[in-house]
Design a protein around this ligand. Structure first.
Ligand code: TMP
Length: 240
């Protein structure tokens, strides 16, 4: 590691797919990507070989692309196969989902066939709580329960819409349709930045030509070729 890389400290938090470590710099943490996979709020568990390595590389590439296009993120730099140095943020307990086509829970909720087109993107909020199955909430819940301010919601929604435009174009160059994805934002002092990860775990990615699913739905629904699909999307975006 280079001289400006702080020393790795104790585990601050272990989540389903990542571990956060403290560092010798109080403003920075190390985000470690595991191979563990869960679905349906951890009701299904397993591992996807080398997923941590793939998601780290994938997410680093995406976050850099977003930074280059004016999106503020927590990423400082990729440290190793499975580790990123990131700014320490307070994660808002709100998952932001952007959708460009009907799939997943939207198809189930509305009784509309997966793959159906929608006339404009949809943004949704979910309260991050596995025990409650991440219930869908709205902006009033965010402010009423003190998860964030109205100003923060406005920033998050504007950033999510901008990220959707940037990433839709980015993936299209790789022959991939960005069907939907989940974002998490964090707060540093009064600043809101994009945090967590963007990977085949948190996106629906369909091959533009064949419609083949190249994301975590392969694990969720036992579609086979899980590792191969993760590797394939990484290879395709690496070439962009
Ligand atoms: P959904 O259709 O199951 O609501 O998922 C929408 C998108 O959000 C999909 O790309 C997968 C992603 N997602 C997560 O990253 N984490 C989650 O906990 C859930 C439910 C969805």
């Amino acid at each position: 590691m280079s001289e400006d890389t702080p020393v790795k400290g104790e585990v601050l938090y272990e989540g389903k797919a990542k571990i956060l470590y403290a560092t010798s710099d109080p403003g920075l943490v190390i985000q470690y990507f595991k191979d563990d996979a869960t679905a349906f709020n951890a009701k299904k568990t397993g591992t996807i070989e080398a997923k941590g390595i793939i998601n780290n590389a994938f997410s680093t590439k995406i976050f850099r692309h977003l930074e280059e296009n004016g999106v503020k993120t927590h990423l400082v730099k990729k440290l190793s196969d499975r580790e990123q140095l990131v700014r320490k943020v307070t994660i808002l307990p709100v998952e932001v989902v952007a959708r460009n086509r009907v799939a997943g829970s939207l198809a189930r909720k509305m009784g509309i066939k997966e793959g159906t087109e929608i006339s404009h993107p949809i943004l949704e909020f979910y309260y991050k709580d596995d025990a409650l199955d991440d219930p869908m909430i709205n902006a009033d819940y965010v402010t009423a329960f003190g998860f964030g301010t109205r100003e923060e919601i406005d920033i998050i929604m504007a950033e999510a819409r901008k990220i959707n435009v940037l990433l839709t174009a980015f993936f299209r160059k790789a022959g991939i349709e960005l069907v939907d994805f989940k974002l998490e934002f964090g707060r540093i002092n009064d600043e809101i930045v994009l945090a967590d990860e963007i990977s085949p775990d948190s996106c629906r990615l369909w091959d533009v030509k064949t419609g083949e699913k190249l994301d975590k739905d392969r694990f969720r629904f036992d579609l086979g070729r899980v590792e191969e699909s993760y590797r394939e999307v990484l290879d395709r975006v690496t070439e962009i």
